[in-house]
Design a protein around this ligand. Structure first.
Ligand code: ADP
Ligand code: SF4
Length: 691
């Protein structure tokens, strides 16, 4: 189909200094967790986006010098020749797909505490970054940079710029955002200097200007130089000479870079979960930038709607549509708009499992796109599968795993029947996406049902509760069981080991609530699952007028939500909704009127009144249907997948469903699993040691 002319503006080329982007789609720097240790994995991940139509494809942060070491977080480097080779694999792959390659040169300053390289962290004035947050906590306090340190920093950027150009990059970033070293110079909280780099904003901006100049001079203007800057805090601060400090900074820097990449300051606002933050949330902070500079401006906002993108251009907010998460969920987003296939876009759901991968120290995972990170290792492409399927497959269970399995099997060419006992497909998401803030998660279901509806070789059977005899009667070549897991009404012991079943009135699990139960108040939600569901249920019950106490074994609400940037927002939401929070507690008993609690370390007992208890704890895998079928001698193959095999988050169910479908019918030798390896570092002569 031809593309909608409304979207033509998105496909105009944009000049960025000496380079030209073929359209307005710009994959801004984002963490992939793929360091130089996995150069081919990284290259394939990034090049897939170039193939999908992104005009610029960027790396994540690349350290310019060992004094900026983010370990144990995955951290790419550009320190030596081995690093040049590692990055060149990516730039070659990106260029081959017709896109420009950008590199985010990065010095973390006090925000990178150099756990491996053991350099003292550098800072303008010795103020630590977020030292109170356990994820970034360190006992190392930063060194105050003297004049020589500042000259070194500028030189390291210039040397890294030379290496970056040799590695094939077209656009070189100076990174003054997210708490990193140049940002610390901009902010009066971190910069107490009395020299030419401190004091008034004119001085605080000097380092950033000098870094931009140094990078430009190092490559003699052959590469474009981009400035990435966080403006949230600066915009909130008054200035004597401008509407805010952000206006003042952009005023000074307006002619310095070839491109301005503008963003928020903190992971939780910059990469905000959809649970609490809508598409386009950066606009109120960055909307003024284009009024002050003629340079092209790129910004993000989890844009998946082409209409919103067009509006950002037409209203003069942005020149280039930045994408990080939308490009992970659908590397082919630009192409789909270009080819008039908007309904094929696999929209990001804003769950932030991707950023959790970085916090976990591993390659990026995506709930919507199971192929992310597997392009090279498993040879999975987000849009293509081998069309090698022969025969009929019955998929039982139409949750995330079953839907993904049916879709991928359908694409392989199998005749697929997908059955679910429920009237609506979607499994756990059918109900969970009705909880406060989770409606965008239903995109997992919408995308797959939309695709399946157009596949002539896939038939859908809702309201079909299948027993073993029904499966036998179907008589297909393969059966995939994706029947999900069950939540257990069990308490846990002090070490969160499972305790026996709880015999008491008005005890509920999420499955009971999904089936329509509405517990009497006051209600206690005991969460030792510690991801999103316990807190979402607490919000749901508060919204239905119940007095809610949320109790958790962890030290914070939705403790694992730290990994997905949700946790601070969950606490704010609890405060707004009047949900009482009790941390570091286990529930030791409940009789329908009183809940007994014990502090997990001291054992100190408390009692609170509650008429009902919701337990969000363990889920049991397994499937009676699968177990009944397994021993029977039957032709074809039988597969157990998704939560029925091993309960997990939706990301795991989609991934397992995809993998089951990709591998169904293949011999072990046909399944690809490649191991990547880093390039050997250049030999560095060791210092002479006296005998
Ligand atoms: P997953 O996350 O692994 O996809 P879900 O729990 O989200 O698991 O989905 C499992 C789906 O399987 C549910 O929609 C449920 O209705 C369906 N289901 C379970 N048992 C049967 C059965 N015997 N026949 C048909 N559908 C079933
Ligand atoms: Fe979007 Fe979630 Fe995928 Fe991240 S993991 S790109 S937030 S769908």
């Amino acid at each position: 189909m031809p593309r909608d002319p409304r979207f033509d503006v998105l496909f105009e080329p944009v000049r960025i200094g000496p380079k030209t982007a073929r359209n307005r789609f710009f994959q801004v720097p984002h963490a992939s967790g793929m360091t130089n240790a996995a150069p081919h994995v990284r290259a394939a991940f990034r090049a897939t986006k170039a193939e999908g139509g992104w005009a610029v494809v960027s790396t994540g942060a690349c350290s310019v010098h060992p004094s900026s070491d983010d370990s144990p977080f995955p951290c790419a480097t550009l320190w030596d020749e081995a690093d040049v080779r590692a990055h060149a694999v990516m730039t070659e792959a990106v260029h081959a797909e017709g896109a420009l390659a950008a590199i985010e040169l990065w010095h973390g300053g006090a925000a990178a505490v150099n756990r491996t390289t053991r350099h003292p962290p550098l800072s303008p004035s010795g103020v630590p970054w977020m030292a109170t947050h356990v994820g970034f906590m360190s006992s190392a306090r930063p060194k105050v940079m003297d004049g020589a340190d500042i000259r070194d920093l500028i030189r390291w950027h210039a040397e890294a710029a030379v290496r970056a150009e040799r590695a094939g990059f077209d656009i070189l970033y100076v990174y003054a955002g997210m708490g990193y070293l140049p940002y610390q110079f901009l902010m009066s909280d971190y910069n107490h200097r009395t020299d030419a780099y401190g004091g008034p904003m004119r001085n605080r901006v000097r380092l950033v200007e000098e870094l931009i100049d140094a990078v430009r001079e190092a490559t003699r203007g052959r590469t474009a130089v981009a400035l990435r800057i966080s403006l949230q805090e600066l915009r909130a601060r008054p200035s004597e000479s401008a509407p805010s400090e952000a206006h003042e900074v952009i005023g000074y820097l307006k002619d310095a870079p070839d491109l301005c990449d503008v963003k928020m300051d903190y992971s939780a606002t910059d990469c905000a979960a959809s649970r609490y933050t809508p598409e386009g949330s950066h606009e109120p902070v960055v909307d003024f930038v284009k009024t002050l500079t003629d340079r092209p401006v790129v910004g993000v906002g989890r844009f998946t709607s082409p209409d919103t993108m067009v509006s950002m251009i037409r209203r003069g907010v942005l020149d280039l549509i930045g994408g990080a998460r939308p490009s992970i969920a659908d590397p082919f987003l630009p192409r789909k708009i270009e080819e008039g296939r908007v309904e094929d876009i696999r929209e990001c759901i804003g769950c932030n499992l991707c950023i959790s991968s970085w916090h976990d120290g591993t390659w990026v995972r995506c709930t919507q796109n199971p192929t992310a990170g597997e392009e090279w290792r498993r040879g999975w492409h987000p849009e293509r599968v081998a069309r090698d399927g022969r025969g009929r497959v019955l998929v039982v269970g139409g949750g995330p795993a079953g839907l993904e399995a049916a879709l991928t099997l359908g694409r392989r060419g199998f005749e697929v029947a997908l059955a679910d006992r429920a009237r609506a497909f979607g499994g756990r998401l059918a109900w969970e996406s009705s909880l406060p803030g989770l409606n965008q998660w239903h995109r997992v279901v919408d995308y797959r049902l939309g695709q399946l509806a157009r596949m002539p070789n896939v038939a859908l059977f809702p309201e079909s509760d299948l027993a073993p005899e029904d499966v036998a009667e179907f008589g297909g070549d393969h059966v995939v069981i994706a029947t999900g897991a069950r939540w257990l009404a069990r308490l846990c012991g002090a070490n969160e080991l499972p305790a026996g079943p709880l015999e008491a009135p008005r005890v509920y699990t999420p499955d009971d609530l999904a089936a329509g139960a509405l517990p009497e108040g006051p209600v206690a939600v005991f969460d030792y699952d510690n991801y999103y569901l316990g807190s979402a249920i607490a919000e749901h019950l508060a919204g239905r007028g119940r007095a809610v106490s949320y109790i958790t074994t962890a030290g914070a609400a939705a403790a694992w939500g730290f990994m997905t940037n949700e946790q601070p927002l969950v606490h704010q939401s609890f405060a707004r909704r009047g949900i009482a929070l009790r941390t570091l507690q286990i529930v030791t008993g409940f009789d329908g009127e009183t809940l007994r609690l014990a502090q997990i370390f001291s054992g100190e007992e408390t009692r609170i009144g509650a008429r009902s208890l919701v337990i969000v704890g363990y889920r049991a895998p397994g499937s009676t249907l699968h177990d009944a079928l397994a021993p029977a001698a039957r032709p074809g193959s039988l597969h157990l997948t998704g939560d029925a095999r091993a309960p997990g988050a939706v990301v795991h169910a989609v991934y397992q469903g995809h993998r089951t479908a990709r591998e169904l019918g293949l011999a072990e030798a046909e399944i690809v699993l490649r191991r990547d390896a880093p390039f050997a570092p250049r030999d560095v002569p060791l210092p002479e040691v006296a005998e």
